[in-house]
Design a protein around this ligand. Sequence first.
Ligand code: SF4
Ligand code: SF4
Length: 137
Amino acid sequence: MTHIITSLCVRDRGCIDVCPVECMIPGQPLNEWPWIYIDPDTCIDCGACVPECPFAAIFPEDEVPSAYTAKGGEYISNVGLTGHFEGTNHHGGPIVLDTARQLEAGEVIDLTPDIQPNYEFFKSGPGYSAKDIDDGK
Ligand code: SF4
Ligand code: SF4
């Protein structure tokens, strides 16, 4: 199994440093790969990243919710969305996303389609080479 980062990820980067096998990679370019992605072949399912995420975006693969009920005010970020999100990441750097949408309280969304991009990022996407062009955002 593996852990999965979902579209609740807004690139806070709080998770990356704690991963003992360094398998969490910031996506690039942002409009195609807006999250941080977990390499399913390398993740050892230790769970260390989960409590580090202030946005509760990380789940064991078999616990990714198919009916996530929004608290209201949180953002999802995904390819094709056009809303704007700005913030400050775990290292004090800027977060600027133009693939975001703010959720309304009680809105129910299926996060299971977010599983596959974690696989695709390493199969057909940039994978570990995205580290070479990582700009810290
Ligand atoms: S801590 Fe959460 S929001 Fe931040 S990069 Fe990791 S998964 Fe994304
Ligand atoms: S569960 Fe452990 S090994 Fe997997 S991504 Fe999180 S910190 Fe890394």
